[in-house]
Ligand binder design. Structure first.
Ligand SMILES: [Zn+2]
Length: 442
């Protein structure tokens, strides 16, 4: 049945962004059937179900190109011992214990709750990176179940590393990639690897073989901390990107997350191989690992997207963080105004196209019906010419009212319709202390 989201401000995004006042978007099934002046849409689609969007702005649903659902239950947890003083200690004392403490029910809840956050923030497509060594096989099916319940789109993978058992996780990826096949537009699969410093050549080669045969990309953390670069230089006598390129991990469908510690020659490899980089500014600041050379990567023609790295699911907040970080890091108040929104609005859409084969990120006839409808009364004139000013300084603090994915209304009037938030959060509060207890003994 068709739905008319009407009487709002429609921002189409895409190559020729248009801002349409008193406008409507009509969805029919999983696609956008039409958009334009509200009165015209009412005349053309009189039988469509109306949804009042007055006082609201209608945008394409947001895309997050690097997330870790599994990190959910670490929120508020105390970490015993001395505070971690560097990135590797953060992994050893926190994340490599959190993932080992996950069991079947906590994996499912750890996905359902951030998916609720995604719904609350209008994030309709997520590329996730999962780890749960104690309950590895079948874990991606649990996350798939949660994503389908939520009604959102996600690309899933399992984080292969040699840190628990050599090549741990290869089979789970292979099984899931085969199961998903070319994907159905809602779920897709990648070959996940943790990072260069936790995978041997042999493990990486096995992953590349499977990914190549299936036509999927590799999703791996790259040079997040200087330790990853130093490890690669010490063991293989070459920096991280060069090593991974030699092993065959680069390519159009692959995602190299972070790339904080990369040199000019490595950036050239990323550009030449059309490998995607995903920038996660909040996470980099939180772990104090350094600043991705974002402006240089973009200048060299590297496709750089924006992720949260599990810090949250609000992409507008992440976009503004990128904007602020790169102004400060470059000591230049002229930069990042165009670039930070570009990562989120254009580049993430291109990355999603490579993973899902869908043209997301634009409100246009025939495109997937994924929408974020946000409470926003512009206090100053709003048009195509100054949209980014409203995005960075206004919309970032506005509240998402309605979230639509695949033409289905999943949240309306701030009420989550596809998942039972109260019940899931209550159960998670019960389970989290048990998980924290298990974790103390690891
Ligand atoms: Zn990550």
């Amino acid at each position: 049945m068709a739905t008319r989201f009407e009487d709002g401000i429609v921002v189409t995004l895409g190559e020729n962004n248009r801002v349409l006042w008193n406008a409507a978007v009509v969805t029919d099934g999983e696609r956008i059937a039409a958009l334009g002046d509200s009165s015209e849409m009412k005349r053309r689609f009189p039988d469509a179900k109306p949804v009042d969007c007055s006082g609201k702005i209608i945008l394409p649903g947001f895309i997050c190109t690097h997330h870790h659902f599994y990190s959910t239950m670490a929120r508020g947890m105390g970490i015993p011992g001395e505070p971690a003083e560097n990135f590797v200690q953060i992994l050893e004392r926190l994340w490599w214990k959190v993932d080992r403490a996950l069991d079947e029910e906590s994996i499912l809840l750890s996905a359902q709750l951030p998916l609720i956050d995604c719904l609350r923030n209008g994030t309709t497509t997520i590329i996730d990176h999962h780890a749960s060594p104690s309950m590895r096989d079948g874990s991606l099916d649990l996350i798939e179940k949660a994503v389908r319940q939520a009604g959102l789109r996600a690309s899933l993978c399992y984080e292969v590393s040699d840190r628990n058992v050599p090549g741990g996780g290869i089979e789970e990826n292979e099984r899931f990639i085969k199961k998903v096949g070319k994907g159905d537009g809602q779920i897709s699969a990648m070959m996940g690897l943790h990072a260069s410093f936790t995978v041997s050549d042999e493990t990486a080669e096995k992953c590349v073989d499977i990914a190549r045969d299936a036509g999927v990309g590799c999703h791996i953390h790259v040079a997040e901390d200087a330790a990853d670069r130093e490890d690669s230089l010490a063991k293989f006598n070459m920096p991280t990107v060069k090593r991974l390129d030699k092993l065959g991990l680069t390519g159009e469908k692959s995602i190299f997350v972070h790339c904080v510690h990369v040199d000019d020659a490595e950036m050239d490899i990323l550009a030449a191989t059309n490998t995607t980089v995903v920038h996660n500014p909040e996470s980099n600041m939180n772990n104090a690992v350094g600043v991705t050379p974002l402006l240089k990567l973009l200048k060299k023609g590297v496709l750089v997207g924006l992720g949260t790295d599990g810090m949250g699911s609000d992409m507008l907040v992440q976009m503004r963080c990128a904007y602020l970080l790169h102004r400060l890091a470059n000591h230049d108040p002229r930069v990042a105004f165009m670039e930070a929104p570009q990562l989120l609005l254009q580049n993430n859409a291109e990355i999603a196209r490579r993973q899902f084969g869908l043209r997301l990120g634009e409100i246009a006839e025939g495109r997937p019906a994924d929408l974020a409808i946000i409470d926003y009364q512009p206090p100053t004139p709003l048009s195509e010419a100054n949209f980014l000013g409203h995005l960075i300084f206004g919309l970032v603090d506005a509240t998402v009212d309605t979230t639509v994915c695949k033409g289905k209304i999943l949240m309306q009037g701030k009420k989550i319709l596809s998942l039972d938030e109260d019940r899931l959060a209550a159960r998670s509060r019960e389970l989290a202390p048990q998980m924290w207890k298990r974790l103390q003994d690891l």
